[in-house]
Design a protein around this ligand. Sequence first.
Ligand code: MG
Ligand code: ZN
Length: 230
Amino acid sequence: MTPVIEAVPEEIYDIELEHSLLEANAKIARANRTLLDEHGITAVDVMGAIGSGKTTLITRLVERLKNWIGVAVFNGDATVANDTELIASQGVPVVQIATVNGCHLDANLVDKALKKIDLKGIDLILIENIGNLICPAEFPLGSRSRMVVVSVTEGPWMVKKHPHMFLGSDVVVINKTDLADAMGVDVEQLVRDVHTLKPSIHVVRASCKTGEGLDEIAALLAPQKASRDA
Ligand code: MG
Ligand code: ZN
């Protein structure tokens, strides 16, 4: 007898719901992008697992950039209460975004955050996404660039395990390189893994401890200013 698979109505409904959710998100993301472009603002969606070092990296980048350009930070991943305060202590506008789902930021939340700050004088917004390497990839926010932070402490398979996250990004930071030897992780293999997936990704080897790579990332995020100063 030929096996028959019958669609369950709830399942169809779920798929349609998800599709329309992603469509609605993409539409708001386009509107966010238009608004940002009108103000000459570059937004960067900073993604990466919990513990990859996103908050510390953002803090170091803000330190480097805030006297050059107008920087703001949206923090969607305040894993400890003082994450937001740490960044706010830099004297730049910070908006903390609390999600209901706890697993990704969406364009609607970013739209609301954009309404909380004065966009005049802002050149760059760093958006710290939630520490999750799965669904943030599906929810564009309207950013011009998507950066994935992957730390050597996450082991040697992070890139191979999460291809979608890397395929959708244009900058990858291999973070905590100072711990690579202790972790037995080959940084150059991670770089090769990224480039095997997508050769055009700009990969930066970085450490917030030694300072490796931080100026390079800062220059990538503020290219106009960097070239003006060069
Ligand atoms: Mg964080
Ligand atoms: Zn999610």
